[in-house]
Design a protein around this ligand. Structure first.
Ligand SMILES: *Cc1c(COP(=O)(O)O)cnc(C)c1O
Length: 370
């Protein structure tokens, strides 16, 4: 008989703690009370894998999901019972309406043209079709601007064929708790939506949930905080860590003082050094800008990335870590090195760090999967 196959430890792993995602959602849902929290799972659940994340969240009782595009919504539809709302934040491109209606999706209507097209499909089907109306309150990105809003308010019959599930807006700077724009946007939003047929409201993203009661609404739309990013920058992170990226040491070498490491020799050893090469690079979502800036965690110690991040490899100075050995595992992101810290070193935000993992080659491991 064949012996039990030994599963080789892969060169690198992306470990997603679904129990932590679930706990984060429960915390956000409690903070959103008496409203509810949706789950924003756009961009493949911020790179972590939309299907396993959604399966776990449905078990927790999530009843509202948001993606950015129609294709993302269609891909999830089969996973999600019909009574669970799938909102499409970017709205629909002209021509996508029939497909969206047939799949029972809930588009965000971002302008008068979208309202008209969705209303026309509803009339043709002799049904009121569900939708979310987006009122822009300062982002100047998507949603009805003030001129379009006035035209709608003067003629709300434009909405008669539409079952308005929510009226929403989106914060410009919810991550800056003392930015006066936050309260101004909410006031403008309420003043405008009061002139429309009454319907539930949806305001806060992750950070907005922590702004206080003025930002409360019937449905919060957290994404980042579900995945462990800190929704309260500058204060301790109230969320549980979700993501770990780790890679194995492929090779170790000892170099003399004065030798250099990696492409273009951007790092020179000041002392005799031990260099570990690990199996992660910018093709794995580990950005090249982290060359000579990023850190790893090995055997209980922080180790520095030295030299350029290359496509498939990163080199670390492990001179002070006697446990360093071929096959040993280095954490590049995780409980010891939060994605927000990696983001700060890379000069970006945690969102970009996580979404970059979406197309990466890591073996994906889901802890607490359904
Ligand atoms: C992405 C997005 C969210 C989620 O934002 P987080 O900061 O990740 O919580 C909410 N609303 C809209 C309109 C979005 O585009």
């Amino acid at each position: 008989m064949a012996s039990t196959p030994v599963e080789a430890l892969p060169p690198s792993r992306l470990i997603v703690d679904l129990d932590a995602v679930a706990a984060n959602w429960r915390q956000l849902d409690a903070l959103a009370a008496p409203g509810r929290a949706a789950a924003v799972v756009k961009a493949n659940a911020y790179g972590l894998g939309a299907v396993p994340v959604v399966r776990r969240l449905l078990r927790e009782g999530v009843r509202h999901l948001f993606v950015a595009r129609l294709e993302e919504a269609l891909a999830l539809r089969a996973e999600v019972p019909p009574e669970v709302m799938i909102g499409v934040l970017n709205g629909l491109c002209p021509g996508e309406e029939t497909m969206a209606a047939e799949a029972g999706l809930v588009p965000v209507l971002n302008d008068l043209g979208a309202i008209e097209r969705w209303g026309a499909v509803a009339s043709a089907r002799e049904a009121r079709l569900p939708a979310i109306l987006h009122l822009d309150s300062g982002m100047n990105r998507l949603g009805l601007d003030c001129r379009e809003f006035e035209r709608l308010a003067q003629d709300p019959r434009r909405l008669t064929a539409i079952d308005l599930r929510f009226v929403m807006t989106h914060f410009v700077s919810a991550d800056c708790a003392d930015d006066p724009r936050n309260a101004e946007q909410v006031a403008l939003f309420h003043a405008r939506r009061a002139l429309l047929p009454s319907s539930p409201t949806s305001i806060a993203n992750s950070s907005g949930i922590f702004l206080g009661s003025f930002a409360a609404s019937d449905l919060a739309r957290p994404g980042a905080a579900l995945y462990g990013l800190n929704p309260t920058p500058g204060r301790p992170n109230p969320m549980r860590p979700v993501v770990t990226v780790e890679a194995r040491i492929l090779q170790l070498r000892d170099i003399e003082a004065g030798e250099t490491v990696g492409y273009n020799a951007t790092w020179r050893a000041e002392r005799a050094s031990r260099i570990a090469t690990i199996a992660v690079g910018y093709a794995d979502g580990y950005q090249r800008v982290l060359s000579n800036r990023g850190v790893g965690w090995l055997a209980g110690r922080r180790v520095r990335i030295v030299g350029r991040v290359s496509m498939d490899l990163v080199t670390l100075d492990v001179t002070d870590v006697p446990e360093a050995a071929p096959g040993a595992v280095v954490q590049l992101m995780g409980p010891e090195i939060p994605p927000d810290e990696v983001a700060a070193a890379a000069g970006t935000n945690g969102y970009e760090i996580l979404t970059a993992l979406g197309a990466a080659r890591h073996r994906r491991v889901y802890v607490g999967a359904a």
